[in-house]
Design a protein around this ligand. Structure first.
Ligand code: PLP
Length: 460
């Protein structure tokens, strides 16, 4: 059926229940934007037509996942739902300890509360915003070590998410005592989910071994990463995705996870690790902030949905559809002359706002300006990943981020090809008048994670 040589992107599911969408007018969207302080996180979801803010927790669950929700056992301790969850996790990631959490950032908070602190340094290919914030909150330093190719939006490279292994070596040679662990984010969220190769994970592992440092995966998009390894890395074409995932896990000592991404759940996460003494410290904290270790921050029904989602997200016809449909959006925008990050990632297409809005200084937030224009034009909500998200330093000073991107993150199994065709039209129209888009200024902002709540105004 959906095998080659058919060109149609085949969605390997039927629609089972539907959710109506509300079409708004230009004037309604202008009023909604102003009321939201030009911060798209502040919009009412009902005022958004196509919501590409994030792929996190926004996917559609399957009939089997909903059946799991019914099966959920809500015992405070010893729930069979926890055992099913743990079996599904360890079937792919055979770590000794699995601690459920309410989402990925809770796993990060627990891990870095135990391992971070002033004077500590934690390297990653690229820290996600909550990972960075959780590390910095403890007084530790979060260091990004992407390969240089990963920072050039127009440059093609099969594994743009790779870590710069020489830079990791250099950091450890200088400051090994300050580094409690090394992290690797698969896929690397920056650039829309750029994959990390098995060769790179192995090389990072070797450096970790040399300095006796544990390696933790931030594995939110492990299945999409494994699919890229299968389809792009020599030697993996005939290896089942589940085996590729197990090989990735075998190179690590632990993981943090948001079940809101590849595991196809609307909430959840976990921390998994092998080290018994570290696990004991983490479990004590988990009880303090999340709950008893057989439910973490979750209901039994959530654990069931995650367990079922884990078996569905490694299905190869699903992954083929998933990655192909992201590329469909990216290729159409590229043909229309819109600057995009290439090659296309696993969960999103990223627009290069700095290259499109060349008349704006990065400190006038070209990504924010472009994201607001997409909403104004057609009710499409995207996410700035640039100077608004990363430009504010812990000491309160501001500097341009490495890139100013606008990410169109595609929720899993949620939108059809005609929805994506509409998005292509909206982006292309906005790109046609990009030179007239005003920059933005910040009216008010918090000291941390400012992109969620800052208020903006368009520059005159
Ligand atoms: C790479 C990465 N790590 C961690 C997180 C945090 O997960 P959560 O939103 O479940 O707290 C995210 C969420 O978007 C992510 O993309």
């Amino acid at each position: 059926m959906a095998e080659d040589p058919f060109r149609t992107i085949f969605e390997p599911f039927r629609i089972h229940s539907v959710e109506p969408m509300r079409i708004t007018t230009w004037a309604e969207r202008a009023a909604a934007l102003a009321a939201a302080g030009y911060n798209l996180f502040e919009l009412r979801a009902e005022d958004v037509l196509i919501d590409l803010l994030t792929d996190s927790g926004t996917g559609a669950m399957s009939a089997e996942q909903w059946a799991g929700v019914q099966r959920g056992n809500e015992a405070y301790a010893g729930s069979p739902s926890f055992r099913r969850f743990r079996a599904a996790v360890t079937g792919l990631f055979p770590f000794r300890h699995v601690l459920p959490t309410h989402q990925g950032r809770a796993a990060e908070k627990i891990l870095f509360t135990v391992t971070g602190g002033p004077g500590r340094v934690i390297p990653n290919n690229t820290h996600f915003d909550t990972t960075r914030a959780n590390i910095e909150f403890t007084g530790a330093q979060a260091v990004d070590l992407p390969i240089p190719e990963g920072l050039q939006p127009a440059l093609r490279h099969s594994f743009k998410g790779n870590m710069d292994v020489a830079a990791l070596h250099g950091l450890l040679a200088e400051r090994a005592a300050a580094v409690p662990l090394v992290m690797l984010t698969v896929t690397n969220n920056s650039g829309g989910g750029q994959p990390v190769s098995m060769a790179n994970i192995r090389a990072v592992r070797e450096v970790c071994d040399q300095y006796r440092k544990p390696l933790f995966l931030d594995a939110c998009r492990f299945a999409e990463n494994a699919w890229f390894i299968k389809t792009r890395e020599p030697g993996y074409a005939d290896v089942p995705v589940a085996d590729i995932v197990r090989q990735m896990a075998a190179l690590a000592d632990g993981m943090t996870m948001s079940a809101k991404k590849d595991p196809l759940a609307n909430i959840g996460g976990w921390l998994a690790l092998n080290d018994d003494s570290l696990a004991e410290q983490c479990r004590s904290l988990e009880i303090l902030t999340e709950g008893f270790p057989t439910y973490g921050g979750l209901a039994g029904r959530d654990l069931e949905a995650i367990a079922q989602g884990l078996s569905e997200c490694i299905d190869e016809s699903y992954l083929r559809y998933r990655v192909r449909s992201i590329a469909y959006l990216g290729e159409a925008l590229e043909r229309a002359g819109v600057p995009v990050v290439v090659p296309f990632g696993g969960h999103a297409v990223s627009l290069d706002a700095r290259a499109l809005l060349t008349h704006l200084d990065p400190l006038h937030y070209p990504g924010q300006a472009l994201a607001c224009a997409l909403y104004q034009e057609g009710g499409v909500r995207a996410c700035e990943i640039g100077t608004v998200m990363f430009g504010l330093r812990p000491d309160g000073t501001e500097a341009p981020a490495t890139m100013d991107l606008v990410r169109l993150a595609v929720p899993r199994r949620t939108y059809t090809q005609s929805h994506i065709d509409y998005v292509i039209e909206v982006v292309t129209r906005v790109a046609g008048r990009a030179g007239q888009l005003p920059g933005m200024r910040i009216v008010s902002q918090p000291r941390q994670l400012r992109h969620f709540t800052a208020r903006f105004a368009p520059l005159d």
